[in-house]
Ligand binder design. Structure first.
Ligand SMILES: Nc1nc2c(c(=O)[nH]1)N[C@H]1C(S)=C(S)[C@@H](COP(=O)(O)OP(=O)(O)OC[C@H]3O[C@@H](n4cnc5c(=O)[nH]c(N)nc54)[C@H](O)[C@@H]3O)O[C@H]1N2
Ligand SMILES: Nc1nc2c(c(=O)[nH]1)N[C@H]1C(S)=C(S)[C@@H](COP(=O)(O)OP(=O)(O)OC[C@H]3O[C@@H](n4cnc5c(=O)[nH]c(N)nc54)[C@H](O)[C@@H]3O)O[C@H]1N2
Ligand SMILES: [Mo]
Length: 761
């Protein structure tokens, strides 16, 4: 039966990439860059002497010879390098109450912020303010707090190592470890889970490992949209015959087929490369079950091989020499029934055995994963099951093999490396004492969820945001918005206006900063900053464009000025550090010996790799071994109630987190709208619903109040039965603040039990 026509909803027939991607770039550039020389800036993206693309944290190939094409990188760059401006005249023309009613796209689409602004209650407007006056108010506001732990210092992952390091230095000298950051909503399950498993909280692979892997698994990430340059790598892997296996509730086009805009032959003939050789549509939240099923299969294959006098499938030497905990894991796999696994994973035993066999057959395996794994109530457990599976065959710490968490923001990993963390370790505390002479606070601070709770409960009264859009990115606007409106002081260091800036505190200040693409000149001349990608490569980034306004300051200068305004007796010579950023790098090296010869090593094109002990099979765990960590039971929210579906929240192709570039989601066939919910056709039919119907989504967990998202359009989609998907951030109204991974605090954005019904007429 033909589906009924629904406005803005169509099947997307093509491969990912191709001319559609080129057309989208042209449109993005046309929409934003009327004046600036767009080709000049785009061509400098991810080049040895250019700036690091603010789009994602996928690494650059070692020998970047030509511009590496990336549609969403181009969107990110043109969105920042736009010729549009959000000026004092704009703020004079619109009250904050009026702006609150605007769509998130329209707020940011006004362009770059140009002046420091402060909210004026009498006129309900943001009015221009001098930098000096802004800093005086911030310093006074922070000093007025009875306790430094009553302030929260948020970081979004775009800021450089240098800015992040100075920021944590300022905050620690001020006296708190309250560092909520975007990583708490993102890969915190990795940062907590992997150190327990393998002793480091980062991925172990390098880009070169992809040249040697026989099988590459992609679990719970969508590279066609979120890491588009990865498609070029996967294409190479597919062409040389490596198995690529995708595990994802949705059929994502970017994991299926790719036409490389870099390949004249493919572009001219319309040919494409098949990426995934196998695709398994796991139920949302079914990954633990599926991974346990794969491990059961590997163990069974091993037993069969040994019974026939063969060498077995497990890497016994690795397990004996390098690991602890195998017995408990085997015992747990033994008591986990196939019936329970099938029900929770939503795919059959035969399919899982096929997956296990692909894994067991490959000599070298890389497993990539993203938010589909981490943003669950058991995100940490999920991550650790991936490590277990790899360790069974010694797939960590040798060429062509390893674990590969795909980080989000372009420098979220670097920010953590240089000290943005609510749980400082001894190395950091000692390092600060050694280099700067003061005792940094040791008490545990707040992560993102804890920070919002503290603000909600009135225990924190000041919020400083180094980038980002905390209120919209966070779960539970019902709790977060009123909380932020109750602050005494809110300061936003930003490039663009967003909704968080409109949650007015007693004192609200917006400080406009330079972006990555722009020239940053300090006392010693033009400056370079550094970032760390998903694979621990640290390299330089130098902007080339004229700043969007003469009033902008670098994030680094802004942090230093805040410190001077807040800490009259500071031990740090802030302006000396700001005058020449290589001095900040020297200080980073002083605190963290891993950055030895920092300034020297970033001179090499492509930079240098921070040492990763696990990739050398040195295990920095308490027992000095890698640990098999057992996950008790399965993750079965709602699994036994047929009425309940599990909602996951995903990114469209036209957004960067809370930044909505446009209303299309090309690879999923959506044009001009975001009010859609992707549902399996059998789930629609069993509820008497049809493609195109208006539906309400009601949260099914008891005790979380009546959370209902109304009048969404149901789209019959290639999604696992029992699972539905809607766009982030809109669906955050369905995620209670308390729904998060108990171990890492990562909000469970990707498993919300819901019931869907037809909307009232
Ligand atoms: N263009 C662009 N690039 C970006 C971003 C952006 O918004 N736009 N954001 C950046 C950031 S901060 C991040 S963290 C990354 C995010 O990159 P991704 O991790 O790719 O992020 P999501 O869009 O959240 O998609 C997760 C994928 O997981 C699948 N999924 C959902 N639930 C489950 C599940 O239970 N199990 C499994 N196996 N899969 C599931 C979804 O279908 C989707 O394909 O991208 C970064 N890069
Ligand atoms: N439901 C649901 N919620 C989620 C997620 C999900 O998958 N589902 N994903 C989560 C994830 S992975 C993340 S990382 C968070 C993202 O959370 P955030 O990092 O807080 O959000 P962004 O949308 O990336 O922030 C956008 C803002 O950053 C500012 N900005 C841009 N560039 C710069 C710059 O160079 N400097 C400064 N100072 N500011 C700049 C602009 O003002 C812009 O409005 O959201 C989380 N929320
Ligand atoms: Mo992220």
């Amino acid at each position: 039966m033909a589906k009924k026509a629904v406005e803005g909803v169509e099947e997307y027939p093509d491969a990912a990439g191709g001319w559609g991607a080129l057309r989208a770039v042209a449109a993005a550039v046309r929409g934003q860059m009327a004046v600036v020389n767009e080709t000049q800036s785009l061509l400098k993206t991810n080049q040895p002497h250019g700036f690091d693309c603010p789009g994602c944290a996928w690494p650059d190939p070692k020998h970047t010879s030509s511009f590496e094409f990336c549609e969403n990188g181009a969107k990110a760059v043109s969105w920042e390098a736009t010729s549009k401006r959000t000026t004092p005249e704009f703020f004079a023309a619109h009250t904050v109450s009026e702006l609150w009613e605007w769509h998130d796209h329209d707020l940011e689409n006004e362009g770059r912020l140009t002046h420091p602004m402060a909210y004026d209650k009498a006129s309900d407007r943001y009015l221009p303010i001098s930098w000096g006056e802004a800093m005086a108010r911030i310093g006074a506001g922070l000093q007025a707090l009875p306790d430094p732990d009553m302030a929260e210092f948020y970081t979004s992952g775009r800021c450089s190592n240098e800015a992040a390091f100075l920021y944590q230095l300022f905050v620690r000298e001020f006296g708190t470890n309250n560092f909520p950051d975007c990583s708490n909503m993102c890969h915190e399950a990795t940062s907590v889970g992997l150190p327990q498993s393998i002793g480091v909280g980062k991925g172990t692979v390098t880009l070169e490992d992809f040249d040697h892997a026989d099988a590459i698994f992609c679990i719970g990430h969508n590279p066609g949209t979120n890491h588009p340059r990865m498609l070029g790598t996967l294409r190479e892997c597919a062409k040389r015959g490596a198995a690529i296996v995708s595990i994802n509730p949705l059929r994502e086009r970017g994991l299926e087929r790719f036409t490389s805009p870099q390949s004249p032959a493919e572009m001219l003939t319309g040919a494409s490369t098949q990426l995934s050789s196998a695709y398994f549509q796991v139920k949302v939240g079914g990954d633990v079950a599926l991974l346990k099923g794969m491990m059961k299969t590997v163990v069974a294959l091993d037993a069969a091989s040994v019974a026939e006098g063969g060498p077995g499938v497990l890497d016994r030497a690795f397990i004996a020499e390098h690991t602890d905990g195998i017995d408990a894991l085997l015992a747990d796999l033994d008591v986990t029934t196939w019936e329970a696994i099938e029900r929770s994973a939503g795919i059959t035993r035969a399919e899982i055995e096929q997956l296990g066999a692909i894994y067991a057959k490959a000599e070298r395996v890389i497993i990539n994963y993203g938010m589909g794994i981490t943003q669950h109530r058991h995100g940490t457990g999920n991550v650790q099951q991936i490590a277990n599976l790899l360790m069974l065959r010694g797939n960590i710490g040798r060429p062509g093999a390893g674990i590969s968490p795909l980080r989000g923001h372009s420098n979220v990993q670097g920010d953590r490396t240089v000290g943005i963390t609510e749980l400082p370790n001894q190395e950091l505390l000692d390092g600060i004492k050694r280099v700067f002479g003061f005792d940094a606070p040791t008490q545990h601070g707040h992560n993102a969820v804890a920070a919002v709770r503290a603000i909600r409960d009135g225990r924190s009264k000041a919020l400083i945001c180094l980038g980002g859009n905390l209120a919209v990115a966070m779960s539970d606007p019902e709790a977060t918005y009123p909380a932020m409106r109750g602050l005494d002081l809110a300061v936003h260091i930003a490039t663009k206006l967003n909704r968080s800036h409109l949650l007015i505190a007693k004192e609200s200040i917006i400080l406009p900063c330079l972006g990555r693409t722009e020239i940053d000149v300090q006392a010693s001349g033009p400056q370079l900053v550094t970032v760390e990608d998903s694979m621990s490569m640290v390299h330089g980034s130098r902007g080339g464009l004229k700043p969007a306004s003469e009033h902008l300051k670098s994030e680094i200068m802004i942090v230093a000025e805040m410190a001077l305004a807040t800490l009259p007796a500071t031990e740090v010579n802030w302006m000396e550090l700001v005058a020449d950023y290589s001095r900040i790098r020297d200080a980073i090296e002083g605190v963290f010996p891993a950055f030895k010869d920092y300034n020297e090593r970033i001179k090499t094109p492509g930079g240098f790799r921070l040492r990763n002990a696990a990739s050398e099979r040195e295990w920095l765990t308490p027992g000095k071994k890698a640990n098999f960590l057992t996950f008790p039971g399965l993750y079965e929210d709602g699994a036994d109630d047929d009425a309940v579906l599990t909602l996951t929240t995903i990114r469209s192709h036209d957004q960067y987190n809370t930044t909505i570039y446009g209303m299309n989601d090309r690879y999923r066939g959506i044009t001009g709208r975001r009010d859609v919910v992707f549902v399996n056709e059998l789930d629609l039919a069993s509820r008497g619903l049809q493609h195109g119907d208006l539906i309400d989504l009601a949260v099914a967990t008891p005790g979380n109040g009546a959370r209902v998202m109304r009048r969404m359009t149901a789209v019959s989609y290639k999604i696992a039965q029992g699972s539905v998907a809607a766009y982030y951030p809109e669906a955050n109204m369905l995620v209670a603040l308390d729904q998060h991974d108990a171990r890492s605090g990562t909000p469970a954005y990707k498993s919300i039990p819901i019931v869907i019904t037809a909307s009232a007429a």
